[in-house]
Ligand binder design. Structure first.
Ligand code: GLN
Length: 199
């Protein structure tokens, strides 16, 4: 099975490290050729305006959209969820999102005082419940969730981890927390279940 990390901009190195911790050697994906070689893809956090512009410049936007529509599993953190979202609370002319994940987001929603903060995130994945440390960095807030979207994690009363079929997306950064690997492990299982070939 080959898992890729979109290596355009942002914290790809920390996802790389986290995946290696659970026995996966990820491929950095910058081109269409590399995208073809992966069975699942991580969309890291960073700056969504930059990522969205470069996706277009590299000619990757449409092929990425198509692969996700065809069922390729993706794990998206922070700017990654912004790249996937269908709706925003206001016009975001700088972000040409792929419009695949049925949530409404408010970018940079936690205000200046709390631009970056840590807080407890309650997870409920496959009926296993636990609380992990969520690191939020100029995070968006999920303010509406469509019918086909399942909530798997919450900070206070906000959903912060959601799944819609092959898309697993969150507003915080599990790659920054060493003591828990459950989200990346769950994603690897999604890729295996999808029939990710072993290489
Ligand atoms: N605020 C950033 C954006 O809008 C996201 C920040 C992050 O990925 N940590 O793209």
């Amino acid at each position: 099975m080959r898992i890729g990390i979109l290596a355009i901009q942002g914290d790809m190195d920390l996802h790389h490290r986290k995946l290696r911790m659970i026995g996966i050697s990820p491929l950095l994906v910058k081109t269409e050729e590399e995208l073809k070689r992966v069975d699942g893809l991580v969309l890291p956090g960073g700056e969504s305006t930059t990522i969205s512009k470069i996706l277009e410049r590299y000619g990757l936007r449409e092929s990425l959209k198509k692969r996700i529509e065809e069922g390729m599993p993706v794990l998206a953190t922070c700017a990654g969820i912004i790249i996937l979202a269908k709706k925003f609370d206001k016009d975001e002319p700088e972000v040409k999102s792929l419009g695949l994940l049925d949530v409404k987001l408010q970018r940079n929603a936690y205000g200046r005082q709390r631009e970056s903060f840590e807080g407890p995130v309650r997870l409920k994945i496959n009926d296993v419940e636990k609380t992990i440390t969520g690191i939020f960095i100029r995070a968006p807030k999920i303010i509406e969730v469509g019918k086909s979207v399942e909530e798997l994690g919450w900070y206070e009363s906000d959903p912060v981890l959601v799944r819609q079929g092959n898309i697993l997306a969150m507003t915080f950064h599990p790659e920054l927390v060493d003591e828990d690997n459950s989200i990346h492990e769950f994603f690897v299982k999604m890729v295996e279940e999808k029939g990710g070939r072993n290489v």
